[in-house]
Design a protein around this ligand. Structure first.
Ligand SMILES: [Zn+2]
Length: 462
C-alpha cells in the first residue's frame, strides 16, 4: 500500500488510484525565462523516484510537466511584469510571440539536458502553456457562463466570493491583508479574485485572440488547462513547491473544480526548498549554483542526486560543497559494495517486501530507503534486490565511478602534472580557494581530481 502526505487533508493517506494500476500525475513545471539552478531541479528528483516506484510495482504512469512560457507574473498575486516578457527585454529582443517561443524552447532544452544528466526519466507530456490557449479559453467560457467569472476593463477575473470553499488549503489567515497592500486593479471586486485572462495593451504584440478580445491567459488557468488536456477533469496526484499552496494551487482548484464540478486531484503533494550554504538560493544575491558547475569541483550530477535523496521532500535541505563531497564518498562506498552486479530482475514480491521499498511507500521516505539500501549492500542476502532498488527506483547510477580508472602521475601531460603539483602545494598551505581554482583549470583540460582521505590526489580522465 502506498501512502502520501496530502496537503489538503494535512494527513498521510492511502493512495487509491482513480483507475486501478494507473496513475496520472501533474507537476507544476518551470517558467522558462532562465535556466534552472540546483534548487529548481531538486523536486524533480523526488518526483522521478515517485514515478519509478509506481512503475516498479506495475502501474502505468502518465506524467505531465508543463513549461510556462507566458502569463507568469513576477508576483504570484498578479502583480508586476510577466517573467518571460522581462527576460526578452533583458536580452534586448523584440517582444513578439515568436521570440517568446524561441526563448522558451531554448531554456526548456537546458532544463531537459539537466534532467537527463540527473537520470530523471522524461515525463510523458511536456506541454507549453502558449500551445494551450484554446483550452484556457474553453474553461474561462464555462466559468463566465456559470457566473463564476466577470469581465472588466483590464481582465477577466474569477469571482472567489461565488464559491463556498475557496480557501481549500486553509492557509489564508493573512492573505487578504497581503493582497490589500499590493492591489492594482480598481475594478477587481475582491482582492482575492484572480485574473483568468488579461487583455493586452493596445501597443503590445504579445497576445492571442479570444471571444473577449486580444490578451493572454493567467498563470493559474494555464495549469488547469494543461492538466485537463492530458489527464482529464479529475486525476490522481498534483505536485508543486510549498510556495504554490496559498495562491497558485488554491486558484487552480477554484477554477478547475468550479468548471468541472469534481475534485481536480485526489492528492496534493508539496516539496520544501533547498538552501545553499545556509541561505535562500537567489540569483540576484549571487547565492546560486548550476548543475554544470559541479564538475569543476570534481563532482558528478549523480552526487547531487544522491545528496537530495538523503533528505525528505517535505524537509528543507541545505546544500554545501562539503555535503556534496560527502555524498560522493557515500556513493563511492555503495558502488564498491555493488561491484560486479549488472542486471537484476526481481519479482514484484521481492520488491514490495524489501525494507527500502516499504520506506518509500510511506510518503516517499527517500532518506530511510537510502539508509536501508546502504545496510543491505553490506549484507549477503538481499544484495541484488538492494542494487535493483538503488538503480531502478532511487535512480542512482554508478557507471561514472566504475569508469574512472586512476591515471598514474607519470603518464599525465606536463601542464596537467604541473597544475597538480601547484594544487598539492596550495592544499598543504590550506589555501583551499586556490586549490579549487586550480582544480577547475585541470577540469577544463579534461581531467578530474579527487582528494583521497590520506591527503593524496586521485586523477581520472573526464
Ligand atoms: Zn501550476
Amino acid at each position: 500500500m502506498i501512502r502520501f502526505y496530502n496537503t489538503q487533508t494535512k494527513s498521510i493517506e492511502a493512495f487509491n488510484p482513480i483507475k486501478p494500476h494507473h496513475v496520472g500525475i501533474y507537476h507544476c513545471g518551470p517558467t522558462v525565462y532562465d535556466r534552472a539552478h540546483l534548487g529548481n531541479l531538486c523536486p524533480f528528483i523526488y518526483w522521478d523516484v515517485m514515478r519509478r516506484m509506481f512503475e516498479s510495482i506495475g502501474y502505468e504512469v502518465n506524467q505531465v510537466m508543463n513549461f510556462t512560457d507566458v502569463g507568469h507574473i513576477v508576483s504570484d498575486a498578479d502583480q508586476g511584469d510577466d517573467k518571460m516578457v522581462s527576460a526578452l527585454i533583458k536580452a534586448g529582443k523584440e517582444l513578439t510571440i515568436e521570440n517568446l517561443h524561441i526563448h522558451g524552447r531554448q531554456i526548456a532544452k537546458t532544463y531537459l539536458d539537466d534532467l537527463d544528466a540527473l537520470n530523471i526519466k522524461t515525463p510523458h507530456h511536456l506541454p507549453y502553456a502558449s500551445q494551450h490557449i484554446k483550452e484556457d479559453i474553453a474553461i474561462i467560457q464555462k466559468l463566465l457562463e456559470s457566473g463564476h467569472a466577470y469581465q472588466v476593463d483590464d481582465a477577466i477575473y474569477f469571482d472567489t466570493s461565488s464559491i463556498d470553499n475557496y480557501d481549500t488549503f486553509d492557509v489564508h489567515g493573512d492573505l487578504d491583508q497581503k493582497h490589500t497592500r499590493v492591489t492594482s486593479s480598481k475594478e477587481k471586486i475582491s482582492n482575492r479574485d484572480f485574473s483568468l485572462w488579461k487583455f493586452s495593451d493596445p501597443e503590445s504584440n504579445i497576445g492571442w485572440d479570444s471571444p473577449w478580445g486580444k490578451g493572454f491567459p493567467g498563470w493559474h488557468i494555464e495549469c488547469s488547462a494543461m492538466a485537463w488536456r492530458y489527464l482529464g477533469e479529475s486525476f490522481d496526484i498534483h505536485t508543486g513547491g510549498i510556495e504554490h499552496i496559498s495562491i497558485h494551487h488554491t486558484n487552480e482548484i477554484a477554477q478547475s473544480e468550479t468548471a468541472f464540478n469534481q475534485p481536480m486531484a485526489r492528492m496534493w503533494l508539496h516539496n520544501n526548498h533547498l538552501q545553499l550554504n545556509g541561505e535562500k538560493i537567489s540569483k540576484s544575491e549571487g547565492n546560486v549554483m548550476y548543475l554544470d558547475e559541479l564538475s569543476a569541483h570534481g563532482l558528478h550530477p549523480m552526487d547531487y542526486r544522491y545528496l537530495i535523496l538523503t533528505s525528505h521532500y517535505r524537509s528543507e535541505q541545505n546544500l554545501t560543497l562539503n555535503s556534496l563531497r560527502s555524498a560522493r564518498k557515500a556513493r563511492h562506498t555503495l558502488a564498491k559494495q555493488f561491484a560486479g552486479i549488472t542486471t537484476v530482475n526481481p519479482s514484484s514480491a521481492d520488491i514490495t517486501e524489501n525494507p527500502a521499498m516499504k520506506q518509500l511507500s510511506v510518503d516517499l521516505n527517500t532518506p530511510q530507503a537510502l539508509a536501508s539500501i546502504r545496510l543491505q549492500s553490506k549484507a549477503s542476502d538481499n544484495h541484488e534486490i538492494a542494487f535493483y532498488i538503488a538503480t531502478e527506483i532511487l535512480g542512482l547510477d554508478f557507471s561514472d565511478l566504475h569508469q574512472s580508472t586512476e591515471i598514474s602521475f607519470d603518464t599525465l601531460p606536463a601542464n596537467v602534472a604541473e597544475l597538480l603539483h601547484r594544487r598539492s602545494a596550495a592544499r598543504e598551505a590550506r589555501d583551499f580557494t586556490s586549490a579549487d581554482e586550480i582544480r577547475a583549470e585541470i577540469t577544463k583540460l579534461g581531467y578530474l581530481v579527487e582528494d583521497n582521505p590520506n591527503g593524496t590526489q586521485k586523477i581520472t580522465k573526464k
